[in-house]
Design a protein around this ligand. Structure first.
Ligand SMILES: Cc1cc2nc3c(=O)[nH]c(=O)nc-3n(C[C@H](O)[C@H](O)[C@H](O)COP(=O)(O)OP(=O)(O)OC[C@H]3O[C@@H](n4cnc5c(N)ncnc54)[C@H](O)[C@@H]3O)c2cc1C
Length: 302
């Protein structure tokens, strides 16, 4: 593997911004994480294809990230390449028949707001979720009962070495914070099927949801949102709270005293500190309540 060779090959690529030793703490909502050996922002499909060709040739591992709002990066960083989707992947266009197509690099908040203004209802459950459309589709983001996948009509991905692949919604298994889209494919855009609605009513619904978020989530502190997926019944927050861990700390990391399924960074927390708390939450819930919690947060560089 040669990150250096990959860097040299990619440096002149049109439509790509290439950096070495990119501090991931600046690119994640946790504000935690050591450097990625390489960081490439690709602004066009050609640049994406070339970047992945070079990385595969040089045997450099890679991952596509959106806004890093669901990821914990190790303090040592990641010895591969983080790819970010730029300009060409940030478009949002309204179609006929209450559909909207969004590039995977577009911000989810922008999509939700544009739909509201256009009087298109269906994505209200996504209001307040940080990150990109690609991240949301990859995670099947949403609330406990409403997931973005419910509104997807089709998804276009790039399959390395093969090209574009379009899947209709029924060809994807949409699960709670999971999809069947293979992890080695890059989500490029998604088309959503929505319903016409009253913009004022949609805005009111969104506002109500935002108020609930502000009341129940530690919005002001860096975090990755929910650490674990909820089990079939009950909520992870109450399970962790029942174990006496609400407010527990490890260095500058803390099990939020607002919502026990959030671990917040009180300023200068390390990935090890966060991970120590995550392990403790998992192990105590297993020991005291017999439930084996599954992380929702993704890990990079561990
Ligand atoms: C305060 C806060 C509140 C949150 N509330 C919610 C909530 O209510 N509901 C919810 O579901 N989530 C919530 N989250 C988690 C997070 O915002 C979502 O999971 C979001 O959809 C992640 O988007 P992202 O662009 O930041 O993805 P990233 O964190 O960058 O990536 C997440 C995963 O998606 C993959 N990925 C990203 N882009 C692509 C792509 N183009 N192609 C293929 N794979 C890709 C990454 O490889 C990674 O595995 C919250 C997070 C925070 C910080």
């Amino acid at each position: 593997m040669s990150v250096y060779n990959a860097y040299l090959s990619l440096s002149g690529t049109i439509d790509a911004e290439v950096a070495t030793d990119e501090r991931m703490a600046l690119r994640t909502s946790y504000r935690i994480g050591g450097p990625a050996a390489l960081h490439v922002t690709v602004h066009s499909y050609q640049a994406l294809v070339r970047t992945i060709q070079v990385l595969d040739r040089e045997r450099v591992s890679w991952v596509v990230l959106g806004r890093g709002s669901n990821i914990l990066v190790s303090d040592q960083g990641y010895d591969g390449c983080v790819i970010k989707l730029g300009r060409e992947f940030s478009r949002i266009s309204l179609g006929d028949d209450a559909t909207v197509t969004a590039g995977a690099g577009a911000m989810l908040a922008k999509l939700v707001n544009e739909c509201q203004q256009a009087g298109l209802s269906g994505l209200e459950a996504c209001v307040g979720i940080p990150g990109t459309v690609g991240g949301a589709v990859s995670m099947d983001a949403g609330t406990r009962h409403e997931w973005i996948g419910h509104k997807v009509r089709s998804v276009v991905t790039y399959v390395p070495g093969k090209g574009l692949r379009r899947r209709e919604s029924h060809e994807v298994d949409w699960g709670y914070r999971a999809t069947s889209i293979p992890g080695n494919e890059v989500i490029l855009e998604a088309t959503f099927g929505l319903e016409p609605g009253d913009p004022g009513q949609i805005a009111a619904d969104m506002e109500e949801r935002l108020v609930r978020r502000r009341e129940h989530q530690p919005i002001g502190k860096p975090s990755c949102g929910s650490v674990f997926r909820n089990p079939m019944s009950g909520s992870v927050g109450s399970l962790i709270e029942a174990c006496g861990l609400k407010g527990a700390t490890c260095g500058a990391a803390q099990v939020s005293d607002v919502h026990a399924n959030f671990v917040v960074n009180n300023g200068g927390a390390t990935a090890v500190e966060v991970l120590t708390l995550i392990r403790k939450m998992h192990d105590e819930v297993l020991r005291q309540q017999g439930i084996d919690l599954v992380p929702e947060v993704k890990f990079l560089g561990f």
